[in-house]
Ligand binder design. Structure first.
Ligand code: HMG
Ligand code: MG
Length: 302
């Protein structure tokens, strides 16, 4: 068993986490969360998305949030851009990275971005080209890679196909996403292997929602393959509005606890990360959805 010596976590809490909240979260609270995450040592933060405010009202304050962040040198700020309209709107916010998001199933592609897989690639192509021409890094997300709420089982070949299509249009990195958290470790490994047929080990990441409590196991299983980049969400926030019943991403706190326990460097200060999770959980009037945060917070109370 060989693990990577360091791991990079992308905290997607401000975007994936908060996009699903029913009540509007003020821009200043989102900015406060991003600032606490960067203070905790996160090197990349997925801040917001430039999508239709009719589809995802919670992200309508995208430009305001991006403008309000006091950027920390060395931190990469990423945003979702599904089409040229979103990309053009995002440009003024100077993202370091943009994310185009496709799916391994036709049904989910339609529900999420209102087009087929082939059409999505056509929409992404000019976005990728324009971003790369400006030196903006391009990540792709492959949703429902381990299972689809509408089509059920997803064969690794579906993941491989979308990875290939993304590679062909110049996407630089792909995230293998378990949108509804149904995957188990061997499935996670198979989906990763599919993505690795078209992308190098350094250009593939895991994005595991924790609906069925499998996300830490899936993380461990893919770490064993040498995968060293993961999307996680502080306090386990989140879910996708277009995937009924899907809960948040695996909590950043839990993954950091796991990694540090394995002797893997993250550059993240777990105590400060717990503070960031408590900040947003207090605002949302709920407990952090993280076992490690719960344990550490109760220990702090003595
Ligand atoms: P559409 O309706 O097919 O787009 O939406 P359209 O080009 O036909 O335009 C219709 C209207 O939307 C027009 O406005 C456009 O201007 C506007 P109108 O003339 O009717 O007033 N529009 C936009 N407005 C703002 N920003 C834009 C934009 N594009 C068009 N970028 C679209 C297509 C993709 C925009 C829509 O389906 C959408 O916004 N979907 C939301 C997708 C989303 O945010 N999903 C959640 C994030 S993905 C996720 O969570 C998964 C991930 O975490 C990985 C995982 O876990 O699987 C990444
Ligand atoms: Mg997600």
């Amino acid at each position: 068993m060989k693990f990577p010596s360091k791991v990079k976590l992308v905290d997607v809490g401000p975007r994936d986490g908060l996009q699903n909240e029913k009540e509007p979260v003020p821009a200043e609270v989102k900015i406060g969360l991003v600032e606490r995450l960067q203070e905790a040592g996160l090197q990349e933060i997925e801040v917001t998305s430039f999508v239709s405010p009719k589809w995802v009202p919670q992200m309508a304050d995208n430009a305001e949030v991006m403008a309000g962040i006091a950027r920390k040198p060395g931190v990469r700020y990423s945003v979702l851009t599904p089409n040229m309209k979103g990309f053009e709107a995002a440009l003024a916010s100077r993202p370091d990275e943009i994310v185009v998001f496709g799916a391994a199933s036709e049904a989910f592609s339609r529900r999420n971005i209102n087009c087929s897989i082939a059409e999505s690639i056509e929409r992404f192509a000019p976005v990728v080209e324009a971003a790369r021409a400006r030196g903006i890094h391009v990540r792709g997300a492959i949703s429902v890679a381990l299972g689809c709420p509408y089509e059920g089982e997803i064969a690794p070949e579906r993941v491989e196909l979308v990875a290939r299509l993304m590679k062909e249009i110049g996407v630089q990195h792909v995230g293998v996403a378990d949108t509804i958290g149904v995957g188990t470790p061997l499935k996670a490994q198979r989906a990763m292997e599919a993505a690795l047929r078209h992308f190098a080990l350094d250009d593939v990441s895991g994005h595991f929602h924790d609906t069925y409590g499998q996300a830490l196991a899936n993380t461990l299983a893919t770490l064993q393959m040498g995968i060293w980049q993961y999307d996680t969400s502080v306090a386990g926030l989140g879910g996708c509005p277009f995937a009924k019943g899907a809960t948040g991403n695996v909590a950043t706190e839990d993954v950091v606890y796991l990694l540090h326990g394995l002797g893997i460097e993250t550059g993240i200060d777990l105590d400060k990360l717990i503070d960031a999770g408590k900040y947003i959980s207090d605002y949302l009037k709920r407990k952090p959805n993280s076992r490690a945060a719960t344990a550490i917070l109760s220990k702090r109370q003595g």
